[in-house]
Write a protein that binds this ligand. Structure first.
Ligand SMILES: *Cc1c(COP(=O)(O)O)cnc(C)c1O
Length: 363
């Protein structure tokens, strides 16, 4: 059994993917070919925003988004401690300060009370400017954007949605990657919508941001590619990856997202009497990047699963406030108890849209 069965997915989509990849190889438009433009159009439509600008990976998508919002030295960006490293890495890389907030134990997402405490603390200290909130849609479920928007308004902050794991989720029909001032996602193979390598995208309703993003991903080009009007990056999505994603996006919309939700429902039905299962609040739909349970006796349970041949993963074993690379950003560790607790109790089970009855029973 696989934790995420990409080989099975390829078997199902084999003919269509091979055909589209071969077309790209014959046309030889390997960089920003027609498939990239088509994918950007389809992604923007699906998410319900005006613009999608693809790039090389989800980390670059965050960097590009932060750049467009002019975030850098002296700026505080509030980010949950319980997330993947890249969320804070990109903030720090641009010279800004990641300020860690705690998360909610029930949804794993940013805790608005903790967020407000950290904002007030930064204002009181007065050394850096509160500038933005980077909310993360952890494990496929959107953060609580209506509450975050109220706080952002109160303190004059921008919102960046790190939707690397959230793509396909929604709140009352509004899709993940459409929240905040700007949103990003990742097409890393293990994400809800993955390609066959690295890939990412930025989403926005702001026309000016979209123009700047297209320039930034292409060495800061102006109207002509040999006219450089700003410093930028070399961060484009390969045409081959766009061709693969066009096939995968169709499968994702047609049945994969549904299958993920059916598997999650089956897990919850079978496990809720034995384990602390994930909850989905009223009006929210998850894309189940991970199906994550909480268990105090985690080591024993890990061994039990290993003995049964069921793969599992711990996302995440360490909060970002405890990462060596981020130790120069002092956090109020005592104010992050939920993050510390989750790091000791979470466990993710196999989750992919191609799991059959036999594999499910084996779990
Ligand atoms: C995967 C991930 C990223 C980074 O995406 P890459 O495509 O791997 O660079 C950023 N944030 C979160 C929350 C992620 O899970």
């Amino acid at each position: 059994m696989e934790f995420i069965d990409l080989k099975k997915q390829y078997k199902v989509l084999y003919n269509e993917i091979n055909k589209r990849v071969c077309e790209v190889l014959s046309n030889a438009n390997y960089i920003l070919g027609a498939e990239v433009a088509q994918l950007e159009k389809e992604l923007a439509e699906y998410v319900g925003v005006r613009h999608c600008v693809t790039c090389a990976n989800g980390t670059d998508a965050l960097t590009l988004a932060l750049k467009v919002l002019n975030i850098g030295t002296g700026d505080a960006v509030f980010v949950p401690s319980f997330t993947f490293f890249a969320s804070a890495e990109t903030i720090a890389m641009l010279g800004a300060t990641p300020v860690f907030t705690d998360v909610r134990e029930d949804t794993f997402n940013i805790c608005v009370e903790s967020l407000e405490t950290e904002i007030k603390s930064v204002i009181k200290e007065g050394t850096i400017r509160p500038k933005a909130i980077m909310a993360v849609d952890l494990f496929g479920q959107c953060a609580d954007y209506s509450k975050l928007e109220a706080i952002a308004k109160k303190y004059g902050l921008l919102i960046i949605e790190d939707g690397a794991q959230g793509f396909g989720g929604s709140i009352n029909g509004k899709m993940a990657c459409s929240f905040g001032d700007i949103a990003t996602t990742s097409f890393f193979p293990a994400k809800p919508l993955g390609c066959y390598g690295d890939g990412g995208a930025v989403f926005t309703n702001n026309d000016r941001y979209a123009d700047t993003l297209k320039s930034l991903r292409f060495h800061g080009k102006g109207s002509d590619k040999y006219d450089n009007i700003r410093l930028g990056y070399n961060s484009r999505l390969d045409t081959v990856q766009a061709a693969i994603l066009l096939v995968k996006l169709k499968a994702f919309k047609d049945y994969e997202l549904t299958q993920r939700n059916i598997l999650a429902e089956n897990y919850t039905r079978e496990l809720k009497s034995k384990l602390n299962v994930p909850i989905v609040p009223e009006g929210f739909v998850s894309s189940w990047a991970q199906y994550t349970v909480k268990i105090d006796a985690r080591d024993e349970f890990l061994q039990y699963l290993r003995d049964k041949g069921v793969p599992s993963m711990v996302y995440y074993p360490k909060g970002l406030h405890k990462q060596t690379a981020l130790s120069e950003f002092p956090s109020h560790a005592a104010r992050l108890p939920v993050t510390d607790k989750l790091c000791k109790t979470v466990l993710s089970l196999p989750m992919h849209p191609y799991m059959d009855e036999q594999d499910f029973r084996a779990c």
